[in-house]
Design a binder for this molecule. Structure first.
Ligand SMILES: [Zn+2]
Length: 90
């Protein structure tokens, strides 16, 4: 993800984004940033990922002796992670 202030990359799992509180600070320019889920992107990604989870992940999980429902949860998590965007904090 890119910072809306300085356009430098900010990692989703970076310390800056995993701090408590709604408003985070960019590690590069200290600008206020907010994390949000872009539902348009999520809607576009959801269908291919659900198909992937049903036909690829689920059989794989069952073969590994795990519950097939983990696949759905995993696919949903990936979709949300990929749909996360940064915007300027108010
Ligand atoms: Zn920045």
């Amino acid at each position: 993800m890119e910072c809306p202030h300085c356009n430098k990359k900010v990692g989703l799992f970076s310390k800056a984004l995993n701090k408590m509180g709604k408003v985070k600070l960019c590690p590069h320019c200290s600008g206020e940033i907010k994390l949000f889920v872009d539902f348009k992107v999520a809607a576009i990604l959801l269908v291919p990922f659900v198909v992937l989870s049903l036909f690829v992940l689920k059989p794989l999980m069952i073969q590994l002796g795990l519950s097939g429902s983990i696949a759905t949860g995993l696919a949903t998590g990936i979709v949300i992670a990929l749909s996360m965007r940064l915007k300027k904090g108010s």
